[in-house]
Design a protein around this ligand. Structure first.
Ligand SMILES: [Zn+2]
Ligand SMILES: [Zn+2]
Length: 294
């Protein structure tokens, strides 16, 4: 009997929908050239978000509801589905503005969705249910919240596993999740925000050896970028992350995709010297429209 197993390699992939820090590009009030140019040229820089697409099923799940979600779902329509589709499920990492405020576009004043499935951890769930305007999305059934748990797998799109894992971060309103995304062949890790690698109970080098794709917090390249006390807004500096991973082979380095870049980080501009030098070292930088096959 001829038995052919389905081949999922080309039909399931992570699709990059944005790579900037929460406040986006251009950035409010910013006078630097890259921001000013982007007020005028409408380059497509969106806040960090990824979709996981199954093109056989013509379905997807979404990670993060960003302030740019209107454009990001349109980007999916134009480039993938040729029609406007809502995600089968929406996962959110935490309650900082770039990661969840796009939920407002599902409400009464905007799309008015029906029972859009939003999967979040318990503290985030409670935050949404008990604070307006998010609570109105719940009471009007625009969204339906389902609680997830750290380290417990969720099955999506027939064979994708999504596992939230705990990440140390400024947890004012919610816990902070990273996500493990397992496909038929490949495994990805999505960590858009984390305080410092040292504060985590996981070893970054081991993670790089264990995952095929690592989408990692690249908010700042170095501490000189902003005129603020950087200890108030801790992130692993990209310069530190690169130093930490320096001993890895080029093949292993190529698994790292830097994402969630602040408007001050020259890595946002693909033509900057810094972007080129990071690519030369063997690392990748997440860009809108990239596909990472699972
Ligand atoms: Zn963020
Ligand atoms: Zn700027």
């Amino acid at each position: 009997m001829l038995f052919t197993s389905p081949i999922y390699t080309q039909s399931e992939y992570i699709y990059i929908l944005g790579n900037t820090q929460d406040a986006g590009m251009p950035h409010i009030g910013c006078k630097h050239k890259f921001c000013l140019d982007n007020f005028n040229t409408f380059e497509e820089y969106y806040v960090t978000s990824i979709a996981v697409v199954n093109s056989d099923l013509n379905k997807y799940i979404l990670f993060e509801a960003t302030p740019d979600i209107t454009y990001q779902l349109n980007y999916l329509k134009d480039n993938i589905f040729q029609e406007f589709l809502l995600p089968e499920a929406l996962y959110i990492t935490h309650a900082h503005i770039g990661h969840y405020t796009g939920l407002m576009y599902f409400g009464r004043e905007a799309l008015g969705s029906k029972n859009l499935l939003v999967k979040v951890l318990p503290k985030m769930s409670n935050f949404l249910k008990t604070n307006g305007p998010w609570s109105q999305l719940v009471s009007l059934n625009n969204i339906q919240i389902q609680n997830t748990k750290f380290d417990i797998s969720n099955l999506e799109l027939s064979n994708i596993e999504v596992i939230p894992i705990q990440v140390p971060h400024r947890d004012e309103y919610s816990e902070t999740a990273g996500y493990v995304i397992k496909g038929e062949n490949k495994k990805a890790l999505f960590i858009p925000d984390i305080d410092k690698w040292e504060k985590w109970d996981k070893n970054l080098i081991e993670l790089v050896e264990n995952f095929d794709y690592l989408l990692l917090d690249a908010t700042f390249y170095d501490s000189m970028e902003i005129n603020r006390d950087i200890s108030e807004i801790p992130h692993p500096l990209v310069s530190e992350t690169i130093h930490l991973l320096n001993s890895l082979s080029k093949e292993n380095k190529s698994r790292v995709y830097f994402i969630h870049m602040n408007h001050t980080n020259p890595m946002l501009n693909p033509n900057s010297d810094l972007s080129k030098s990071i690519i030369n070292k063997g690392f990748n930088i997440a860009r809108l429209g990239q596909k990472l096959y699972l």
